[in-house]
Design a protein around this ligand. Structure first.
Ligand code: KIV
Length: 278
């Protein structure tokens, strides 16, 4: 069954957890869809894990559309959410609606996600008014890494916790249908979850959220650059892949790959004729 704004909001009401992973390509989207994930996020984290940047600042609209379209083709049931990248919405309400529209029209996303609370209330409202479902994203918002002075847990002081609550309420009031809470103390995330009627989806925000999201390379143990404290490895695919790459290299070098069964045949008389002519 295709996940929609309504089915996801019903999950919160029924106390059923929402499951989301990042996804950046068709093959992985098909695997995640078959595993019955509720939501696939084409995150601008593709800047880190696909494009090799140290942060998400350089990710462009073209990058996002390029990766959203194949995910949308692979996901039959999961809702596909695409990130609006840095400076594609902060600049104006017009830019926000235009670029959210591009992710829907060209990328075939089902919803868009943008980072920020009170400060981008108008952008969220305008995108929702254009009939585009919005997921908010507050707490540690990676596009603001240069303001935060690094990837740090947010909301730890009384003032910062009050600001986070205000951001969460602003996102809900502006019309977002869900909100991601990133790197927020678990008790504060649980309070936000209680205060909001829309689902909260946590990443480094504890078990009290209505759902969870992880970057898939982190949860598969295949991203060597760093591993956040909250990213449990559900497999060691990095080690498994390296092992397979090594075994392939060895087999190709010693000639045990490919075998006859892995090769194509041609009639002997044709070969005999060709060899005579050569
Ligand atoms: O870009 C991304 O992967 C995200 C998640 C960390 C929520 O926004």
């Amino acid at each position: 069954m295709k996940q929609t704004v309504q089915t996801l909001q019903a999950k919160k009401q029924q106390g059923e957890k929402i499951t989301m992973l990042t996804c950046y390509d068709y093959t992985t989207a098909k695997l995640m869809d078959a595993a019955e994930l509720d939501m696939l996020l084409v995150g601008d984290s593709l800047g880190n894990v696909i494009l090799g940047y140290e942060d998400t600042i350089s990710v462009t609209m073209e990058d996002m559309i390029h990766h959203t379209a194949p995910v949308a083709r692979g996901a039959k049931n999961a809702m596909v959410v695409a990130d609006l990248p840095f400076l594609s919405y902060q600049t104006s309400v017009y830019d926000a609606v235009k670029n959210a529209g591009r992710l829907m029209k060209e990328g075939r996303a089902n919803a868009v996600k943008l980072e920020g609370g009170v400060l981008i209330r108008d952008q969220i409202q305008a995108i929702v008014n254009a009939s585009i479902p919005v997921v908010g994203h507050i707490g540690m918002t990676p596009q603001s890494v240069n303001t935060f002075g690094g990837f740090k847990v947010q909301g730890k002081t009384l003032d910062a916790a009050r600001k986070l609550l205000a951001d969460a309420k602003a996102v809900e009031e502006a019309g977002a249908f869900a909100v991601v809470l990133e790197c927020v103390p678990e008790k504060l995330a649980a309070l936000v979850t209680k205060e909001l009627s829309i689902p909260t989806i946590g990443i480094g925000a504890g078990a009290g959220c209505d759902g969870q999201v992880l970057v898939y390379q982190d949860m598969l143990g295949m991203f060597p650059d760093y591993c956040p404290k909250f990213a449990r490895h559900f497999a060691e695919m990095g080690t498994a892949m390296q092992d397979a790459f090594r075994r392939y290299r060895a087999a190709a070098q010693d000639g045990s790959f490919p075998t006859q069964a892995e090769s194509f045949t041609i009639a002997d008389e044709i070969m005999a004729q060709l060899e005579q002519e050569a």
